[in-house]
Design a protein around this ligand. Structure first.
Ligand code: 5GP
Ligand code: ZN
Length: 143
């Protein structure tokens, strides 16, 4: 992928502050440092988004995340939590189309990162939940 900045980071054409690397993934500091230690974990194989992972590839990539998360947590006693975020599609705030996971250590409620989950449960009844769950289930692949 010639124009992919994360492929260029993997090849070394663009420098990065690497925190972990093996044959499957590379983890490096996000340039934005939303909070100190904000790290991106990317597969070395170019895939644009989560939909392109098969289960074997997903197992390999996801298997690396907990130990990277633990290393980040241990780097500062001020880290009280961690958000792991994976954006897919421009609407969902994906800006680099090489799949990646943000590991964002959390220090305080106003440390620079926030996420909002609207609670719409008052607008839902049993039938509406059932119908959405059923429609998704119908689309599920076999394995
Ligand atoms: P997204 O918005 O796609 O979920 O996240 C892309 C992330 O990549 C952003 O947080 C942005 O700061 C980071 N980023 C973009 N370009 C570079 C770069 O050249 N180097 C590093 N280390 N991070 C980058
Ligand atoms: Zn790429």
């Amino acid at each position: 992928m010639n124009d992919c900045i994360f492929c260029k980071i993997i090849s070394g054409d663009i420098p990065s502050y690497t925190v972990y690397e093996d044959d499957v993934v590379k983890a490096f500091l996000d340039i934005s440092q939303t909070t100190p230690g904000h790290t991106l974990v990317i597969p070395k194989k170019h895939v644009p988004n989560i939909y392109e992972y098969d289960s074997e590839f997903a197992s390999q990539v996801f298997a690396r995340i907990p130990k990277i998360a633990r290393a980040i947590r241990k780097f500062s006693p001020d880290i009280k939590g961690m958000n792991i975020v994976n954006n897919n599609g421009e609407l969902a705030y994906q800006s680099v189309f090489h799949s990646h996971f943000h590991l964002i250590p959390r220090y305080t409620k106003d440390d620079g990162f926030s996420m909002h989950f609207t609670d719409n449960s008052s607008k839902y009844d049993n039938a509406k939940y059932e119908s959405i769950a059923h429609a998704i289930k119908e689309q599920m692949e076999e394995s």
